[in-house]
Design a protein around this ligand. Sequence first.
Ligand code: M6R
Length: 609
Amino acid sequence: MCGIVGAIAQRNVAKILLEGLSRLEYRGYDSSGVAINNETGVRAHRAVGKVQALKDKFEAEPLDGKIGIAHTRWATHGKPTEANAHPHFSGPDLALVHNGIIENHDVLRRELKAKGYEFKSETDTEVIVHLVHEALKSEPNFVQAVKNALESLHGAFAIAVTLNDENERLVVARQGSPLVVGVGIEENFVASDQLALLHVTDQFIFLEEGDVAELTRDGVTVWDKDDIIQERPISVFNHNVDATDKGEFRHYMLKEIYEQPTVVAACLEGRLSHERVLTSCFGANSEFLKQVENVHIVACGTSYHAGMVAKYWIEDMANIPCTVEVASEYRYRKVAVPKNTLFLTLSQSGETADTLAALRMAKELNYLTTLAICNVPSSTLVRESGLTLLTKAGAEIGVASTKAFTTQLTALLITSIAIAAEKGELSDAKQAELVQALRSLPAYLDAAIKQDSTIQVVAEQFANKHHALFLGRGPMFPIALEGALKLKEISYIHAEAYPAGELKHGPLALVDEDMPIITMVPHNVMLDKLKSNLQEVAARGGELFVFADKDTDLHSEEGVTFTEVPKVDAILEPIVHTIPLQLLSYHVAVVKGTDVDQPRNLAKSVTVE
Ligand code: M6R
């Protein structure tokens, strides 16, 4: 989604802003722009495509100045053109960048046109800058004029505005889209996320909903939604700064796949004793574990798939009902909440607009408590949830989620065991066995990754494919969904996933020699049934790609490509079987030459509806 960077310093900010935009590239965008404010006025460069195109413009015609704002745009209103790229101007001295959507932009545009404003873009953003301009006619104080203008807006936004006057400052505001202030020495910054500013500071102030802030070189003043000045705490960033470095890897996605044994170990760290899950990992208030009688899981995309796996674990181990729903559906319907229901959200970013809206709605309902399983400690989701279990995957840069997913599954398994144990549904011996299995997980993930070069060869067979079908049974069905999502996201191959038992009820009609079928075969009670499904495919000339352990007795033969996955405890199978599917999608995308880390049309953090 769109990204914002802003800076006010004693030095030229052009390089800081351009580096900030490069660091935001992972979020997904299609154009970019920078406005620099100096004694000659506010001047801008904009470019369609990669940030490099913008850097080339700066190379050809440098813009210098000590105050500036910058933006990567992910098109919503209007195509990715230079005219639609931010910053937008009202007059020569006032420029603004915006992340989010202004829902009443049509009405505002008509009103502003009637007042004589000319629009140069098709964006919803341009109404905001003209509104600020209009407000400045009756309110000379820049901060107050911005506050007055914001009162007319409906929707979600984060903005940064610069005005060329004698009071050098940036004004920023947050309402529904994240914004963080970076605190420096005699310089201050703003951005959509911390990663954009790690080259200049590690000290951050997280703005809250409704905050407006004024940034000067000497300080930051924050007004809350009731217009009262607030001292927001400063947090020090403690992720590994090298998260933005690909190291020896060709893509962030591959680096993040390889990090999984390490980050899953970090996710387990401090959460297990020798034979139990430590309930203290949910904070002081872990009483809910005993009381919970139902679980509602709400999430989007990959996080939703993790929730689907957890349904199997929770119902099986804790013997309580669990529903899983995509946040964009949940938030717009009337939900029945049985007594003592836990509301559980899953999110890598903690900034997904639909998941946040679902949480806010749930907080008005009669839930036992809200628990967020999330990767970003400073995120809105974490700050607004009753309880939190951090996944500790470290910054995930690749748009296609990999390590965030396996750490979510790990955290969900911890949660499922804790609920089952606290409710007396799990014997001590069984809990000890599960804890042992969890402890062995990093080593099994490592073993699964060792199949990388084999999977790279398998991927070549997908180079000319246009469709693929993923099959799974039980908790492997959500893994099949996740495998299909990964493949379509980064290789643009159309992929569908079905529970294998559904094959005969329709999808079998699609099966022919051009349709690769990918299936993860667990070594459990469903093995024989799944083998029958595979026979049905083979009989129709379908090409099978089977991922299974040795004990399944499956092997490569005519029409069947077998890839070995380590044999693991049944409870771990969904997590370990995810690895080959991630690697398969990755290598197919490389073979097809797509932009693996920033696939077309997609954003890392979906901060608008
Ligand atoms: O940050 P979140 O986990 O809330 O994001 C949810 C989805 O947008 C995300 O998982 C998306 O589906 C990924 N691109 C999947 O790879």
